[in-house]
Design a binder for this molecule. Structure first.
Ligand SMILES: C[S@@+](CC[C@H](N)C(=O)[O-])C[C@H]1O[C@@H](n2cnc3c(N)ncnc32)[C@H](O)[C@@H]1O
Ligand code: SF4
Ligand code: SF4
Length: 348
């Protein structure tokens, strides 16, 4: 990938206004959560670390393990698979800091918008089991675009390797198989299709995980060759992040993003799959809602475009994180309630 011109170089996301607001809100919430625990006597546990969640535990591109998918600064690192087994990490010493039992302190500020839960009254601990419902695997921490709310750069700066080798990916496939993972989210803080070995990675994972639901989320722009489309037939679901219906609209959040390229890639993937009589991967258009892409006419047009491309699902997410300046007032004032229907994914 060519370097961006200096004038458009990626800035440290933590200097962005939205991120400073987000950090401030997190600090306020930590203070409130801890005060509430002291007043009520009810502590917290983390349902991810109790093995109850499907989408959080992450193996990063350098084989470090993070407790969650929002670990932009390494505060959620719980171990390193180059030094320890997954079991040693999961039941390791870090638990004293991120305990799953009764506690009044919030381990790290990320928790307040993650899976920290209040323990039921009089409970001192939650049951802990090995995770099996799902995990994230980050093949690369690099990306071809720069989304305003994604602090990927912070994570990339602390990875000792920005790309996982094919050999390590195979070992991670074996790990997911040994843990009997029901779902593998093949993404984290990077663009999966930017990996130079993506065409080998996906069939390799499928061979190791024949019954697992393998899910990729992508900005789509690099899903652009038959070799990649053929490899993508190994996937169960492709989530294509495309937040608008024109280059201009998409580019407001996804700097250097292109509606035209992503839409063409989405359509070509569906055509490729259908031409081979396959039903998978299911193609989902994921549309983050902002105040510049939420006009009912725009949403109707997006639905028409999704139908024209034979996409299986289009869904709209109204709670994009850390983008306070882009909040969709139409959605929050109920002006969009007549469009689509509510689902666990948002409106679809
Ligand atoms: C960090 S991305 C990595 C995968 C891929 N590069 C992509 O963008 O789809 C992981 C997920 O975060 C979502 N995402 C990006 N910005 C977000 C935001 N501000 N709030 C919530 N989710 C967001 C993307 O749509 C994607 O599904
Ligand atoms: S950030 Fe906190 S709530 Fe989220 S997985 Fe880590 S310890 Fe659990
Ligand atoms: S495409 Fe994905 S990884 Fe890349 S900046 Fe956007 S959200 Fe982050």
């Amino acid at each position: 990938m060519a370097n961006p011109p200096a004038s458009r170089a990626i800035r440290n996301p933590k200097t962005r206004f939205n991120w400073r607001v987000s950090d401030f809100i997190r600090r306020m919430m930590v203070w409130w959560f801890e005060l509430r625990a002291r007043i009520t006597g009810r502590g917290y546990y983390c349902s991810t670390l109790a093995g109850q969640e499907d989408y959080n535990i992450t193996v990063n591109s350098d084989l470090t393990v993070s407790c969650c998918c929002q670990d932009y600064d390494g505060s959620g690192h719980i171990g390193d698979l180059r030094k320890n087994t997954f079991e040693e990490i999961y039941f390791g010493p870090w638990r004293s800091g991120f305990a799953t039992g009764w506690r009044r302190e919030i381990p790290i500020p990320t928790c307040v918008r993650c899976t920290i839960k209040r323990l039921p009254k009089k409970h001192r601990a939650a049951q802990t089991a090995m995770p099996y419902r799902g995990m994230l695997l980050e093949n690369t921490v690099s990306c071809n675009v720069d989304c305003v709310g994604c602090a990927r750069e912070g994570a990339a700066a602390i990875r000792t390797s920005k790309q996982m080798s094919l050999e390590d990916l195979g070992r991670m496939g074996d790990l997911a198989a040994r843990l009997k993972m029901e779902q593998l989210f093949y993404l984290n803080l990077g663009e999966p299709f930017l990996s130079p070995t993506i065409a080998q990675e996906l069939p390799l994972l499928r061979a190791k995980l024949p019954d697992c639901s393998i899910v990729v989320s992508t900005n789509g722009m690099l899903l652009n060759t038959d070799a990649k489309r053929e490899a993508a037939l190994s996937l169960s679901i492709i989530r294509l992040s495309l937040h608008g219906i024109s280059d201009e609209m998409v580019g407001k959040y996804m700097l250097r993003g292109s509606f035209e390229k992503a839409y063409a890639a989405m359509k070509a993937m569906v055509d490729y799959r259908d031409a081979r009589g396959r039903r998978q991967p299911v193609m989902e258009w994921k549309y983050l809602l902002f105040n510049w892409n939420d006009h009912p006419k725009t949403i109707r047009r997006a639905i028409e475009l999704a139908k024209a491309a034979n996409v299986d699902i289009i869904y709209v997410l109204s709670d994009a994180q850390s983008i306070f300046t882009g909040m969709s007032w139409r959605y929050h004032l109920g002006l969009m309630n007549h469009i689509g229907r509510t689902s666990w994914k948002g409106a679809k």
